[in-house]
Each structure stands twice: as structure tokens, then as C-alpha cells.
Design a protein around this ligand. Sequence first.
Ligand code: ADP
Ligand code: MG
Length: 627
Amino acid sequence: MEEKGTISIHTENIFPIIKKFLYSDNEIFLRELVSNAVDAVQKIKRLAALGQYNGELGNPLVEVAVDADKKTITITDNGLGMTAEEIKKYINQVAFSGASEFVEKFKDAKDANEIIGKFGLGFYSAFMVSDLVEIQTLSYQDGAEPARWVCDGSTSFEISAGNRTTRGTEITLHINAESEEFLSKNKLEEILEKYGKFLPVPIKFGTRTEHVADGEDEEGKPKTVAVEVGNIINTTNPIWTKAPADLSDEEYLAFYKQLYPYAEDPLFWIHLNVDYPFNLTGVLYFPKVKNDFDMQRNKIKLFSRQVFITDEVKDIVPEFLMLLHGVIDSPDIPLNVSRSFLQADSNVKKINSYITKKVADKLQELFNKDRKGYEEKWGDIGLFVKYGLVSEEKFYDKAKDFALLTNTKNENYTLGEYHDKVKDFQTDKNGQVVYIYSTDPAKQDTFIQSANKKDYDVLLMNSAIDNHFISFLENKLEKTLLKRVDSSVADKLIEKDEAIESVLTEEQAKKVTDIFTKAITKPGMQVEVVGLNPEELPVTVTMDEFMRRMKEMAQMGGGMGLYGGMPDSYKVAINGNHKLIGKILLTDNEEEQGLLAKQAIDLALLAQGMLTGAELTAFVSRSVNLI
Ligand code: ADP
Ligand code: MG
């Protein structure tokens, strides 16, 4: 048996293309060849199970070996093997039509995955790193003859009688000069670990030393002896392939540690398992979240039938769940195509909604089963949920019942509960419910206390996502406004009908305004005399809610350039009903009037954390003189 022929593709330059354009990703040749070997072993097992193969199965095994002297890498399996006819059919007829279209379309491609998968070129990825590839194979079929195939990377191949005496396939790569890095054991092991750590068939790579019990020594102590055993690099049945009912919490946690050795234990996890209308398994973990979003991304590993593909799961997992950790395994995700194709793929869309739903169901379940425990975890969960709410329209309907609002007293309420809690005291004259929030309870303490005195509740909005969450709530909740606690004096936070009149006459008010305007040294301060509760502070410095939000957006690059360029402007509210103001009016010494006004303003600035540097020093010495 000897035959020479030409691989049926329509152009001569397919291999140069593969080599040239796929260079960056060329380590995937190993993934492709090892997956083929694993497939071959799985197939013979299936044939045996179906009664179509009655011979000895042996221990399923794929072996990878490297010979640095001969410059070869060999991948051997005891799978179903191939006959010469099958080699011609499966290897020679490269599975794509129109090679010229291929060349045209992918001449600029950067990603080897894109081409390898789409055109069924798995086997041919071997030529990215080889000058010559040889197949020795013996089919499981009765009376099959061993076959050998050799190809040097041109379009001509050679088939002849082979030398294999046992069932299976051995593929030898004669590594080319540019790819000698792959002849390093460490390098190969690293690649095998990356792609093959969870393959379903044992993958052997060299040997390692193990110390096994070997009777007792003279003193009767147990003795061990060093033996060389096959170095199996993978776990063949990782937890996501098992049924949740068969798994303990310890096993989930151990798997998490295996994936992320340095991470803290996760909060909880979700086991995914669907087979219709798409096939997907996996385990997603909720990590303890640090406020540092980006550090946490790309932690979900994507597999296809236990072969690692990527940890770039964008588009498959909803954006807000990218913070999750764990694995997803689906043969139904088109792994090897471009991003834009992925976004349009209907399976990917379904998978995306499925994951969103599962996560929502899990959170709802935790909330219903153990609200206290849920609230304790809210600090971490909240970030996901809020992120989900602001970024994923569909998530709101599911999450509205378990999204919590936390106030400065550390009490948690659902959106509905909170509305009911505050609506009586915090509805303004236009029927809008005003939610008051603090971004920094320590700094805004004076304001929080004033608000609490009026029986207003103050929400805590101090996480990285809260800026967006505030706008989201305002959009989503009907007739609801959100105001930062220091955006106005407490009396004016919620505009009510029962306005308190200022006791001052118009003339007195004007005089007070003048005195205070003169006493102010900071730019951008607008003085206004208002009638407040006499118990309120004499002077309060605030920045308008709208103005502040616009400026914050401008700072974050939200396109509010106009506001970003404007100087800060503050409102200085003088409480006309406070006795200090009466005292200032009664003083006829202009200098003393100015001093009192200055002192009152500085106190207000101090409460806002705005009194710093020389101003602060001057204030302190002035205060000492006053006492
Ligand atoms: P794919 O794996 O997507 O089918 P490949 O190019 O990787 O594409 O492989 C082409 C075909 O060659 C496989 O479908 C299989 O029939 C055959 N083949 C490759 N490697 C082996 C192997 N180790 N044992 C048996 N058959 C193999
Ligand atoms: Mg393949």
C-alpha cells in the first residue's frame, strides 16, 4: 500500500497563510491535537457502549511526549484509530470550500482561533509549529491495517503501510526552527495545564516521583520507596460535570481554591445545568468583592467539552456578571468566530439571559430563605445587583424585590419597603417623594443629624457604583427625587407648603446679606437669607444637587464639559430666625459684626470639610481669642 496525492484545497498557499497569520496564537496546536486524541478515545468508548466494538478497551489514555534531541513532540492515544481510507477522508479533504475566499477573508486576521475553528483546521494547526507531521494509526475495525501519513506542509502528502500494532493514533510533529520553544518541557506542561486541566481522558506527560509505602524498616517504622509514576496533568471529572446533589460545599470550595489559589472563599455559588435549547454546564461563584472592579474581571473560564478555550467571556456572560468567578462549559457557543458574530448569535443571547435568570433566582432564593444572612452579605452582593440594575434592563424586573437600600443607621429595606417607610414624612408639596442620601457619613454628619432631627431618613450611597445607582433610581421610581443630604439646609431639602417665615424685615435681611457677603473671602459663594427653624444652624454652606451632579459627571468624562469648566458655586444660607443673626444686627460696631459673621461662616465651612490651610489656622486663632 503506497499512495501519493494532493490535499484537496484550491490554492497552494494555505500553509504559509496558516503559519504566517496565526503565529501569535500558535500554542493552540497542542490544544487541537490533544482534543482530537481525547475525541478519539471518547469515540471508542461510545462504540464499545453501543456494542459496535467488542475488543479490549484498555485504560483510556492520551500521552504527550517531547524529544528535544530529535526535535519532536508526539501525541499518542488509544482511541479508535483511522484506516487509510479514513485518513484520506478526514485529514486530506480539508473541510472547507473555497480556499481563496479563506485567504482573502483572513489575510488580516490576528486571531488563530478565528480561522482554525471556522474552517475545521484543527489538525492542520500542527503546521504552525512543524516542518513535517507524521501520523501512525491503527483502526479498531476488524482486519484493519496500520497506516502512515506524512506531510511536509506543502499540499502533497504520502500514505503508506504503518507500523502500529495496537489500536489508536500517534502523531509526531517535527518542530520547525522558529518553534523550538515548544520543545521545552516546562513550556509544554504549562500549555497542557492551561488547556487540558479538566479534559475527560487522562493526559500523561512524562513521569513524576511518588513515595509509596514499602513495608517497615528494622525498627518497625513504615518505609517508603520512590517510584516513577505517570504524570497525569488533568482532573477528568471536574465538579461542573457532576450533579449538584452529589456535591458537598467542601467540594465546591475546594474547586474554587483550585481555580483561584489566592482568592478568599466565595460568598456562594450557582451550579448551571441546561441541555435544552442549548447545552451548558458550569459553576459560577460570587466572590467577595473589593471595590476594584477591573481587577476582578475575566475570572470566568470558558470551556467547550472540558477543553479550556478562553477567559474572555465578554458577550456570553452579561456585563455585570463579569465580576463572577468560575467556569462555563458549552459546546454550543461558537468559540472560534469573531466578536461581532458572537453578539448576533442566538445561542449566545439565550445563554446570556439564562445566566441572568439563574443568578436572579439564586439571589431571590437566598433573600427568601434567610433574609438576615442575605443582608449580611449585601455589602458584597449589592455591588453586583446595583451594577446589574443599572446596566441590564431585564434584570430590574427580577431584582426589584431583593435589591436593598441601606440607610446611615445600617438598616436595610427593599425598594418597596423604603418607599412605604419614608413617604409620610418625605413627600414634598408637589407629591414627589424625596430620598435623602449621604455619600460620606463622617463628613456629612452635621447634615445627617439635622435631617434625622426632622425625622428624615438618610440613605447610604458610598460605593463605587452608587453614582449611577442614584440616577437609575430616579429614572425608574415614579415621583421620586434623590437629594444629597448636604445639598441644602435640612428645612429646604424637602419643599413643603408650611414654609417658615423669616422674622427679619426686608431691610434687615439686606443688611445681613451685606455683612456676610463682605465677610466671605472664598469665591463663588452666594449669600441668601432664609427663614428656617431657629434650632437650625445660623449659617449653612451647600452645593446645589443639580450643579454638583453635573460637575461630577463632567469629572467622570460624561460630556458635561460646560459644567466642568464652571467654577464651584455654593449657597450660603443665613438662618434669619437664628438668635445669632439678631445679635449681629443689634451690634452697631461694624468690625465686630464682620467678625461674628466670619466666625459663623467658617463654622459652616468647617462642617463641610471646606475650611483648610491658612483659613483654618486663622479660624483657630480667632476662636481662641473669642474664648
Ligand atoms: P475536527 O476535530 O473539528 O473534526 P480536525 O481537523 O481537528 O477537525 O480533525 C479532523 C478529523 O480527523 C477528525 O474529525 C477525526 O475524524 C480525524 N482525527 C484527527 N485526529 C484523530 C485521532 N487522534 N484519532 C482519530 N481520528 C482523528
Ligand atoms: Mg479537532
